[in-house]
Design a protein around this ligand. Structure first.
Ligand code: ZN
Ligand code: ZN
Length: 256
């Protein structure tokens, strides 16, 4: 049994065949999925998906790309009211993306801080997206030392992974770890202790080898777990067992 800890099942790529995609995941041993919110305008749609499928959980939050559209103090109240839904088990994805800078950096930081603050208040973990923003990500986190969360789709250095671990975070690896040029990232996989690792697809993006370039889907969590197993020198069953346990420890509101 594996869990896809981060996918986007409401995205247009899945409009035609979501049922089949979810059945395919089940047949490949992906027993649970967390479908992640990026815009509040889509949060009810995501909750509907989570309500339809007993084994799908969801989050509520605003992606750093979209933070400029939601950056006012009422965001906190909106997060809180949406988080009342029983299938909402986390806040996010939030964070900082200075690679694309689709929102200006001040707006990103303010939005990220509102998620961190609300995560502590509601005792919910925060799903963190961070790209080319290591120092600012860490300084935001340091203002909220009690926050629980995960660096999702981790693509940083082993040292940045250590900074996250030191702050109590989990590290979630995606299909990027299968890409040929991701040598440094594979070092990070070796470095992160097994009891702090999650696996994800970030579907529909970033399909792992051997499906690179195609639409990604939760079934492909298998290839991420297989790569983790190879790097750790253990069986895929062991990776499945530990990462599933980690998922339900971090996202403790997700009850079976
Ligand atoms: Zn992301
Ligand atoms: Zn995502």
């Amino acid at each position: 049994m594996l869990v896809d800890s981060h996918c986007h099942l409401n995205f247009p790529e899945f409009k035609q065949d979501l049922n089949q995609v979810i059945n395919h995941a089940h047949n490949q041993g992906i027993s649970y999925m967390l479908t992640v919110n990026t815009r509040l305008s889509e949060s009810l749609e995501i909750q509907r998906i989570a309500d339809t499928y007993p084994n799908i959980f969801c989050s509520v939050g605003v992606h750093p790309h979209d933070s400029k559209d939601y950056n006012d103090p009422t965001l906190i109240e909106q997060l809180k009211s949406q988080a009342n839904h029983p299938k909402v088990v986390a806040l996010g994805e939030t964070g900082l993306d200075y690679y694309y800078n689709n929102s200006d950096q001040i707006a990103q930081i303010e939005c990220f801080n509102m998620h961190l603050n609300t995560g502590i208040e509601l005792d919910l973990p925060v799903i963190i997206h961070t790209r080319d923003a290591d120092a600012d990500t860490l300084s935001c986190l340091d203002a909220y030392p009690d926050v629980k969360g995960v660096f999702h789709c981790f693509s940083g250095s082993p040292d940045f992974a250590k900074q996250g671990l030191d702050r109590g975070l989990y590290i979630s690896f995606s299909g990027i770890i299968t890409f040929k040029k991701a040598e440094e990232l594979r070092e990070a996989v070796k470095f992160v202790p097994l009891d702090r690792i999650l696996v994800e697809t970030d579907s529909p993006f970033l399909a792992p080898l051997p499906h690179r370039g195609k639409r990604n889907e939760p079934a492909f969590t298998y290839f991420v777990a297989k790569q983790v197993a190879e790097l750790k020198g253990i069986s895929i069953e062991e990776v499945a067992e530990v990462t599933t346990k980690n998922f339900f420890t971090l996202f403790s509101k997700a009850v079976l």
